[in-house]
Design a protein around this ligand. Structure first.
Ligand SMILES: [Zn+2]
Length: 121
């Protein structure tokens, strides 16, 4: 399919697909007359790119994930996994804090050992 149809199916603008091509994230085939041609595999890759973007990954990171031959791929993926684990730990800590605050009996947070503990975590 042509770029317009691919963009429509993905729910994104065609210029986004052209940008991804410039960044070598998703490179479509070309017709003999030079028009971009997207197949089902290109679309599947585009959907993966969109999902990765939703969780804050950069195009450079995404390129490393979708291309096996990308230089520094293992390190880029390892760094992202480490960042996700740090973020999860931080979110877990915020959740525990809020669950406590919801039922905290202290007038001032500074007087509550559990509330105070959050700022030191
Ligand atoms: Zn408290």
């Amino acid at each position: 399919m042509k770029i317009g149809e691919a963009a429509r199916r993905l729910g994104i603008a065609a210029h986004v697909l052209r940008h991804w091509e410039d960044e070598r994230v998703v490179v479509p085939d070309r017709t003999v007359t030079g028009h971009r041609l997207y197949g089902s595999e290109h679309l599947a890759r585009c959907r993966i790119v969109l999902s990765c973007q939703e969780v804050g990954m950069s195009l450079a990171e995404i390129r490393a994930i979708v291309h096996r031959g990308e230089a520094g791929r293992a390190q880029i993926i390892a760094a992202r996994i480490a960042a996700i684990r740090a973020q999860r730990s931080s979110l877990d800590s915020a959740e525990r804090f809020l669950l406590h605050v919801r039922q905290c009996r202290h007038d001032l947070m500074a007087r509550c050992p559990e509330c105070s503990q959050y700022s030191q975590a």
